[in-house]
Ligand binder design. Structure first.
Ligand SMILES: Cc1ncc(COP(=O)(O)OP(=O)(O)O)c(N)n1
Ligand SMILES: Cc1nc(C(=O)O)sc1CCOP(=O)(O)O
Ligand SMILES: [Mg+2]
Length: 219
């Protein structure tokens, strides 16, 4: 199952990854969240913990439950929005958007091996700045309509190719389905980041596997 492999580091120490980057939805029930994540874990490359509504104590408790499950599958766990929480709970990294603080501070706090992601929306200039500031991957979106989050920016898939020279994994996000994922992978996406397409499904394991076909055209 080569596409379920987690992050590997090359000789330069750079993050290399390819496949599905699953992102959790806002689920208050920790048992339900863990069950749905555990179903998907064999098929995913990275997991992002994203909960926009939980109180800090619940976020911490959910992360503490998810971390051993991710470790058991060799899947890095990345915390959305809050690099301090990522550091406190021993996660593998953090994802920061434009309102989530300073990438340089996050890199300094998390250390050189942490996976540090940056939202770059529809901007190559933002992506260049992010890498200069310590980001180890860049994310572009929203490529398609999504009901998970209000989005205003819509990059062209060609932006993924334009970002190749940055030398870090390129993540595509926003309304990605198994049907539209192949065009983003063909345009240069190393990872497709998905919330509802995986965790909104009655069968997260089957849903996750459906995305992997985008990375093995012809199968
Ligand atoms: C992989 C990935 N890409 C983009 C985002 C969006 O981050 P942000 O713009 O900070 O919005 P919120 O997710 O915090 O609502 C992401 N989380 N992950
Ligand atoms: C969290 C997020 N960030 C986006 C961006 O464009 O930066 S789109 C998005 C929502 C992705 O959810 P779904 O896979 O359900 O469409
Ligand atoms: Mg954010």
């Amino acid at each position: 199952m080569p596409l379920s492999h987690p992050t590997r580091r090359g000789e330069t120490g750079a993050v290399r990854a390819r496949g599905l980057y699953a992102i959790t939805p806002d689920i208050a029930d920790g048992g339900l969240l863990l069950a749905r994540v555990e179903a998907a874990l064999p098929w995913i490359c990275w997991l992002q913990y994203r909960n926009k509504t939980a109180a800090p104590a619940l976020r911490r408790a959910q992360l503490d439950a998810l971390l051993p499950a991710c470790r058991a599958h060799g899947v890095p766990l990345i915390v959305n929005d809050d690099w301090r929480l990522a550091a406190d709970c021993g996660a593998d990294g953090a994802h920061l958007g434009e309102d989530d603080g300073d990438l340089r501070a996050a890199r300094a706090a998390l250390g050189p091996d942490a996976i540090l992601g940056a939202s770059c929306y529809d901007s190559l200039a933002l992506a260049r700045q992010a890498v200069e500031s310590g980001a180890s991957y860049v994310a572009f979106g929203a490529f398609f309509d999504t009901t998970t989050k209000a989005t205003t920016r819509r990059p062209d898939p060609a932006m993924l190719g334009g970002a190749a020279a940055l030398g870090v994994p390129r993540v595509a996000i926003g309304g990605i389905t198994p049907d539209n994922a192949p065009q983003l992978v063909a345009a240069g996406a190393d990872l497709v980041a998905v919330v509802s397409g995986v965790f909104g499904s009655a069968d997260p394991a089957a849903a996750a596997q459906a995305y992997l076909r985008a990375f093995t055209p012809g199968d």
